[in-house]
Design a protein around this ligand. Structure first.
Ligand SMILES: Cc1ncc(COP(=O)(O)O)c(C=O)c1O
Length: 485
């Protein structure tokens, strides 16, 4: 079968070197994948939860009596206890403790970033420095910086989507007064991992550093002791799939003191008076947790951390790295009979500079990218979950697709409210949007092989004279899906 031929071609399914049985873990925790023949390759979109997490949470809900934690009843104290237990688990995961760091629970990574954005003392002497490679939830900080009259600078990307001489750029930027520097530990577009050493470098120049670790930590250990970011933002569903709607901002205590919250809400104040028009925020995390925290969702966190601890973050990193290398090798080996590549990969090809998210396009016989939506539709038909588009990361996308700034501006201004990726591609005269396959805890060699098998279908169609680019999306999807099964 083609699938297995590809599997042999890419790598032999080796067990973890220290004998950890990822296949057994998949059978125990993620049996639904194989039961449904579902090939899940969207870990950067969301991790999958294991059944042990759901069972542990259900057990807790069935037996516990949990009230609103903003009171002193026994049910309220039970909720407070689970929240504090979860905070400890988060701190342990990041290799720090509550003497130096606080954990603020919020809705997701975007909300965590916004807590910093709205509270940071931007001003004409306190700039915002952003890497071009950033999720829109980080790019949005610029609106707060702009409103405060702060200069905005962008660290550009090179052709391989790595940051271009970042140390030098930081040093030059710091001459006008430091400020907030925000970058992702791992790109959600290309999987590129930006140097964590930049955190210390930037802090030494006087910057406060916001590290977006949403795409990095699901398969990499991160010690905030070694990497002393002032602020770290994450979403828990990206880490272990469940619960959704819950994230955290992990802050150094000394950095937290620099933030000025622009408002107060229930739960965040020590006191507030209407007649006296005064309020005083709570010290610590509670001063940043607006309203009632998601105490039942927070109760699910220890089971997620327990699953990651069972595997071990270093082992998980090695597992994902091995599969990523297999995927990259397979993609690079996919060629037409004339030797031309079938796939264009964005970002680092292999090695230590990348994580388990791989973005690419399938090329037609003329070396032009097929519309990403065509490949996405074929994957969907074949039971493969990948992500298509620009992944809310316009800076990395613009660098990857080589969109020239003047044309970019003209097309965006022209399309404005009528913007769609298809209309933009038409206006810019280039295909924009890619496919992203991302690997994680439950991924295995068969998942990699199935995706490669699907892509082989595009090669075969092209070689038998079928004009993939001119076929309609659904008939092409139906034609290639047989290769993936
Ligand atoms: C690197 C990165 N940062 C931030 C976010 C935003 O996360 P959320 O949508 O959970 O707030 C994402 C989501 O994909 C991401 O990949």
């Amino acid at each position: 079968m083609l699938t297995h031929a590809i599997a042999r071609e890419v790598d032999s399914p080796a067990p973890s070197r220290d004998g950890f049985d990822f296949a057994a873990l998949r059978r125990r925790e993620f049996a639904r994948l194989d039961a449904q023949r579902h090939c899940y390759l969207d870990y950067t979109g969301s991790a999958l939860y294991g059944v042990s997490q759901v069972r542990a949470h259900m057990r807790l809900l069935r037996t516990g009596v949990f009230g609103n934690p903003h009171s002193e009843s026994s049910s309220a104290r039970a909720s407070t206890a689970i929240i504090e237990r979860a905070r400890d688990a988060v701190l342990r995961f990041f290799d720090v403790d509550d003497a130096s760091h606080v954990v603020c629970f919020c809705a997701n990574a975007s909300a965590a970033i916004k807590l910093v954005a709205e509270s940071y003392p931007f001003g004409p002497q306190r700039q915002l420095l952003l890497s071009a490679d950033n999720h829109n939830s980080v790019n949005g900080i610029r609106e707060y910086a702009r409103a405060a009259g702060a200069p905005l600078r962008i660290l550009p990307l090179d052709a391989g989507l790595a940051l271009q001489r970042p140390e030098e750029a930081l040093t030059v930027s710091a001459r006008d007064g430091a400020g907030l520097f925000a970058f992702p530990a791992q790109s959600n577009f290309s999987g590129a991992q930006h140097p964590l050493a930049l955190v210390s470098h930037a802090r030494a120049l006087g910057f406060d550093v916001l590290l977006d670790c949403a795409a990095f930590i699901p398969s990499h250990p991160l010690s905030l002791r070694d990497c002393p970011a002032d602020f770290a933002a994450l979403s828990f569903y990206k880490l272990f799939g469940y619960p959704t709607g819950l994230g955290a901002l992990v802050m150094r205590r000394d950095a937290m003191c620099k933030l000025r919250r622009p408002w107060f809400a229930g739960g965040t104040v020590r006191f507030a008076s209407v007649r006296a028009d005064l309020h005083r925020l709570q010290d610590g995390a509670e001063g940043f947790e607006d309203g009632t925290p998601d105490f039942l969702g927070i109760a699910a966190l220890p089971a997620g951390f327990a699953l990651l601890e069972e595997v071990g973050m270093f082992r998980l990193r090695a597992h994902v790295a091995r599969l990523t290398d297999a995927l990259l090798d397979g993609l690079m080996r996919l060629r037409r009979d004339d030797g031309s590549p079938l796939i264009r990969i964005y970002g680092p090809r292999r090695g230590s500079a990348r994580g388990g998210a791989v973005s690419f396009n399938v090329l037609d016989a003329n070396g032009r990218p097929l519309p990403y939506a065509t490949v996405e539709a074929a994957a969907r038909e074949a039971g493969i979950s990948v992500r298509g588009g620009c992944f809310c990361n316009p800076g990395a996308a613009e660098a990857a697709f080589g969109v020239e700034p003047e044309r970019l501006k003209r097309c965006l201004n022209m399309l404005d409210g009528e913007f769609t990726p298809e209309r933009f591609s038409e206006c810019a005269g280039i295909e924009v949007g890619a496919i992203r396959a991302s690997l994680g805890l439950a991924s295995n060699d068969d998942d990699v092989a199935r995706l490669l098998g699907l892509l082989v279908g595009f090669r075969t169609l092209a070689q038998t004279g079928c004009q993939a680019a001119s076929m309609d999306r659904m008939s092409l999807a139906t034609s290639v899906k047989s290769f993936a099964n």
